[in-house]
Design a protein around this ligand. Structure first.
Ligand code: HEM
Length: 401
């Protein structure tokens, strides 16, 4: 019998592929065929996903034979110099810990005024320009917020932001060819490399300067390592943040009662809204992949050394054993200590989760305070989502107010 091909397609809009619910019920650990004909394991239950993502017998190293790549672009990118997202212990934590100080709770709190100011400035411009004619809120708001924040952290000069945003979009855009994606990737790396050279000449108050001072100069990292780490931070979260902001806007506008709660009591409802958004939509669902370094049993199935494994976090976030009525978006949902898996799990769990959540909270609390009358300028059925086999996202979103 032929195996289903993976990634599965979303049936419409932002709805997760139907195969996930079927597999959760019938075959929680199954096999799928990938674009190049290779075969990988697919794990779809919340508990099994957590066990995959905390099992040190499973590797994140993309250079290992059998590592599951999902596209030609991914296969080509796997040959690039590895960053800590693709490393195993002990190198992974050695490098991750170099950037962690920027993402501690205290540091994120100290960044809130800057994030707030960035968001306010963008929203004030939108309000000033007026909302009687449709405009694309992805271009004017969802896209610039996360880029401005991460580029600010890294120390990228403001004048270069448009160029970098464009290259980053080509690099991660599923419709670019492997060669276009490769060229964009190389130009981003070369840009960052130049920036490292500049900061090594004159230190400033930014992340690249910090890495130069604490790692490059004492000889813990090479210049290429510093470039790779800065590059990882540049590309890791941007597209995902844009998607989550746009998806959140649509979700709110689709649920007038929940929108009203958020507008009337932002202090009470912003956090539950962001929590539910990060459960309901999994905008980075294809990153949690591993390859077995030895034979491992998961959900009763033996995964052989060298087999690839995909932990379907998008499915875990809709697991009915953990989240009752999982396909309902409800900010009033009763929550205990169960956690959604959209930021991953285990040692590779998103290092910038606190920053991402802070950005989302500030984005939405400010959006409904400053533009409470925001509406879509098109019917919901006409919203342009990412291609059905790619991570869920929205490419443009015409709105009025
Ligand atoms: C809502 C927004 C975001 C989501 C949903 C998200 C999701 C994820 C996921 C699922 C992983 C785990 C990948 C794995 O296990 O291999 C991850 C890791 C990572 N994310 Fe995020 N992310 C977001 C925002 C960001 C931002 C804004 C940044 C950078 C400023 C970022 C930087 C990273 C890095 C560097 C890693 C690698 C961590 C490691 O391997 O130790 N993410 N993210």
């Amino acid at each position: 019998m032929s195996l289903p091909t993976f990634p599965f397609a979303r049936p419409k809009g932002a709805e997760p592929p139907v195969e996930y619910a079927q597999l959760r019920a019938k075959e929680p650990v199954s096999q799928v065929q990938l674009f190049d004909g290779s075969i990988a394991w697919l794990v779809v239950k919340h508990k099994d996903i957590r066990s995959v993502l905390t099992d040190n017998r499973l590797s994140k190293e993309r250079s290992r034979p059998g590592f599951p790549e999902l596209s030609a672009g991914g296969k080509a990118a796997a040959k690039n110099k590895a960053t800590f997202v693709d490393m195993d212990p002990p190198q992974h934590m050695q490098q991750r810990s170099m950037v962690e100080p920027l993402f501690t709770k205290a540091h994120i709190e100290s960044m809130r005024p800057h994030i707030q100011q960035t968001v306010d400035t963008l929203l004030e411009t939108i309000v000033k320009e007026g909302g009687s004619k449709p405009f694309d809120i992805v271009e004017k708001f969802a896209l610039p917020v996360p880029s401005y924040i991460i580029y600010g952290i890294l120390g990228v000069p403001f004048k270069d932001i448009a160029y970098l945003t464009n290259q980053a979009a080509i690099r991660s855009n599923g419709s670019a060819t492997a060669s276009e994606a490769g060229t964009a990737n190389a130009s981003l790396i070369s840009y960052i490399n130049n920036l490292v050279t500049l900061r090594a000449e004159t230190l400033q108050d930014d992340l690249i300067s910090l890495l130069v001072k604490t790692q490059l100069i004492p000889g813990h990292l090479t210049k290429d390592d510093v470039t790779s780490i800065a590059f990882l931070l540049l590309v890791a979260g941007n597209a995902t943040m844009v998607s989550m902001i746009a998806l959140g806007i649509v979700e709110l506008l689709q649920h007038a009662d929940q929108h009203a709660l958020c507008v009337s009591q932002p202090d009470k409802w912003t956090r539950p809204f962001v929590e539910e958004l990060c459960r309901f939509h999994t905008a980075s669902a294809l990153a949690t992949k591993r390859v077995a370094k030895e034979d491992v049993v998961i959900g009763g199935k033996t995964i052989k050394k060298g087999d690839g494994i995909i932990a379907a976090t998008q499915s875990g976030n809709r697991d009915e054993d953990v989240f009752p009525e999982p396909d309902v978006f409800d900010i009033r949902r009763k929550r205990g200590d169960e956690e959604a898996l959209g930021f991953g799990w285990g040692e590779h769990r998103c290092v910038a989760e606190g920053l991402a959540r802070a950005e989302l909270e500030i984005v939405f609390a400010s959006l409904w305070r400053k533009i409470p009358t925001l509406k879509l300028a098109i019917p919901f059925e006409e919203v342009k989502y990412s291609p059905p086999k790619k991570d869920v996202g929205i490419s443009e979103l015409p709105v009025v107010f």
